[in-house]
Design a protein around this ligand. Sequence first.
Ligand code: HEM
Length: 504
Amino acid sequence: MTKQLDLADIQGNIIRAYGRFGFPKGRFFFLRIDDGDRGRAFVGTITKRVTTSVSWGAPPEGVIPRPDAPINIAFTYQGLKALGLPTASLMGFPQEFIMGMKKRKAILGDDGPSDPEHWDKVWAKGEDVHIAMAINGQTMEYVEECYQWVKSQIDASDGGVVLLTGHRGDDGQEDLPFQDASILYDENGQPCAKEHFGYTDGIGDPVFEGQITDEYRVAGRGKLTREGGWARLATGEFLLGHPDEAHEYPPAPVPTLLSRNGTFMVYRKLHQNVACFERLLDAHAGSFPGGRELLAAKLSGRWRDNGAPVVDTPDAASKAAWDQRFAAANKQTQDRMLADFRFDLMGYKCPIGAHIRRINPRGSLEFGEDGAYDTPGALDDRRRILRRGLPYGVVRDRGRDDGNHGVIFMALNTSIERQFEFVQQQWINYANDSKEGSDKDVLLGNHDAACPSKMVIHADPESGQPPYFVNEIPRLVETRGGDYFFIPSMTALRMIAMGKVDPT
Ligand code: HEM
């Protein structure tokens, strides 16, 4: 029987990527706590409106009415300290969380234009950010209404809690009090699942034990089994207080009630240099066999227009056939076509350096008993992350990199160090595991003009084609801010609000 989770105890953004559930808008803002008592009272008030993971909508699936604007809350280490958590509990948090994102910049590759000195001003004094609040909404009006309510609670805290300003905005603002985000719209004004480079996004997301989701989504999103099928990942990879893929409880602070059903969130504002990206495609469009769109697909592992996995559609003819089958398929089959695949071992179809292959190698890294690689195992299963972000800003001119547009990237995991940081350091900015030397992820790597990166697109020797080298890759994504947060359970929120966290 599938594991049952206490959904009423788990914040809603852990179980659901709201964007997929009819909440295309988001607002993120950050608070400082200046007074512990009033800060705790504020947390208590907000907790009453925090959205949990309980199913919403019409019965029988729905248990509660669908919210107009889900609210969620999380804390930095400094925030938990300001709220008066006992030292014994604080000391139980992992080192990377205690240090915060800025101090991990060497590990994350946040250098050059991504260095914290260039981040939005709200992050200027790292230790000021104590609380992260997220409001998602069916419309911006709902988001605004909810935000005004939170602001009234901040005012009511009488200086106990302060709203931090300093987010960059679309019109050159430097000091906005919040960061808005939204799904993008196509040229006909229709909502689409794209990000600013033009790729279809939001397809791959781990499915774990106890998560309420359609069973067919496990194929391609769970973990590979030795029998060649798919299974849900262990809950403890994403929720503290549950066994993880090592059959252990992930390290967490005491008391158990403080950590169980909570998790850690990585928040990063990632600016996208769209002009550099377009120029990179233009520079290679003429020489890459297959042209511009196939090249874009090889860089990420999926075609831009509809997310077709390039491993199943490695050329124009197979893509056209795939598109036909996709158009004729029902929703469930379409979902399987998008998610249920494995990589070709040598990377002739999906390059070993493609973004989605680096980040979730689907068993293509490990050496098996018969000497071939492609065996499922811990190397992948312990590096998975839940993605909960949305695009932000508008691209007014695809010929310019400046402006304010990118992805508000949020990764949820029980170990920031083992999961997010490992992926960022070893698989994005380095490629030893995939035997691609020090090549970086084309889309995300901290490419440096002084030491230009490359990506090799291997070709099947039988085709008679040589491998293709994508050279002189500019930095396509720059970090503009972020930090590490703890998303407590509802029980833990109430304990924090009451000042009753007892580690003994
Ligand atoms: C501006 C920044 C980014 C862009 C434009 C981007 C783009 C994409 C695209 C187009 C996909 C394929 C669609 C999908 O499978 O959902 C994808 C998948 C993914 N990305 Fe990124 N990404 C960005 C940042 C990151 C970062 C920072 C990480 C992690 C450190 C990351 C981790 C992933 C993962 C885990 C997947 C799913 C892979 C799978 O399970 O198949 N992405 N990304």
